[in-house]
Design a binder for this molecule. Structure first.
Ligand code: SF4
Length: 274
């Protein structure tokens, strides 16, 4: 791979809806809940999907009860399945390919998510010691995402995750090594916890349940947040600069405000309070 300013910011890992056949709006099911106003089964196009594969209510998703759509990110899987696996031929043009396309999409999404984590680890200069192994893992995963549909459907994603996780863990440890007194809340159940203003710089919150936790004004700089469930987490005024493995869907699912600090390429979601 040629020299880049950021692995994680490369276009291949960002969703490009203009190059996708609306796969997340067709392939995935949703149920009537606080996230969706109606039921939809897997493989059925959402009623709001237009002929050009654009969403007809894109600017009004939250106002119309489609909150679930605003917290979803395919990490670039949509355009890859549409343009690479199925070579630009949509499920509308070739309905016989639809079922396989819908089955491949969630597999590639998981691979793209894994790629994104590896890319984020490659962006950590303090983790240089494991960069060679991470680059190998990245190239292998990326090549896999470009394989034919039948190969992708046979992929054991859990096994791949098991191979890559030790590298991500090592990168995280190296990146946080200089933070004194860092806490370990790996896998902790912190649902609804009152952690306002908590000093959690460099902490491990890997896989922690932070649903509806109050982390307002907390210091989460350089904290490892891989896989943390941040639905409805209060991040108003929270400092998340340099947080490791933090993704846009995690931020989108949380609550924050104009005082919340995040590092590029992450952005404060438009629906957060001003
Ligand atoms: S509401 Fe829009 S973004 Fe959500 S599934 Fe339907 S078409 Fe897709």
């Amino acid at each position: 791979m040629s020299q880049r300013t950021s692995y994680a910011a490369q276009p291949d890992l960002q969703s490009d809806c203009g190059s996708c056949f609306g796969l997340c709006c067709v392939a995935l099911p949703f149920s009537r809940s606080s996230d969706f106003p109606v039921d939809k089964s897997a493989g059925t196009p959402c009623g709001n999907l237009q002929e050009d594969f654009r969403c007809g209510i894109h600017r009004r998703l939250r106002d119309t009860g489609y909150n679930g759509c605003t917290v979803f990110d395919c990490f670039g899987a949509g355009q890859k399945v549409s343009q690479v696996t199925f070579k630009g031929v949509s499920w509308r043009e070739e309905p016989d390919s639809a079922r396989v396309m819908y089955e491949v999409f969630p597999v590639v999404r998981q691979l793209q998510e894994l790629l994104k984590y590896v890319a984020q680890a490659l962006d950590l200069s303090a983790a240089a010691r494991v960069h060679r192994d991470l680059r190998r893992a990245y190239e292998r995963l990326d090549a896999l995402t470009r394989d034919p549909a039948e190969t992708l459907l046979a992929v054991d994603v859990d096994a791949l995750r098991g191979e890559v996780n030790p590298l991500l863990l090592r990168a995280s440890e190296l990146a946080r090594a200089d933070v004194p007194g860092r806490k370990n809340h790996r896998g902790a159940n912190l649902m609804g916890s009152r952690l306002r203003g908590a000093k959690l710089r460099g902490a491990s919150l890997r896989g922690a349940l932070l649903i509806a936790a109050d982390l307002s004004d907390a210091d989460l700089r350089d904290a490892d947040l891989i896989g943390a469930d941040m639905r409805d987490t209060n991040l108003c005024g929270t400092d998340l600069r340099g947080a490791l493995f933090l993704t846009q869907p995690q931020l989108n699912a949380a609550r924050g405000d104009a005082r919340t600090k995040v590092s590029q390429p992450l952005e404060r979601p438009a629906h957060w309070a001003a």
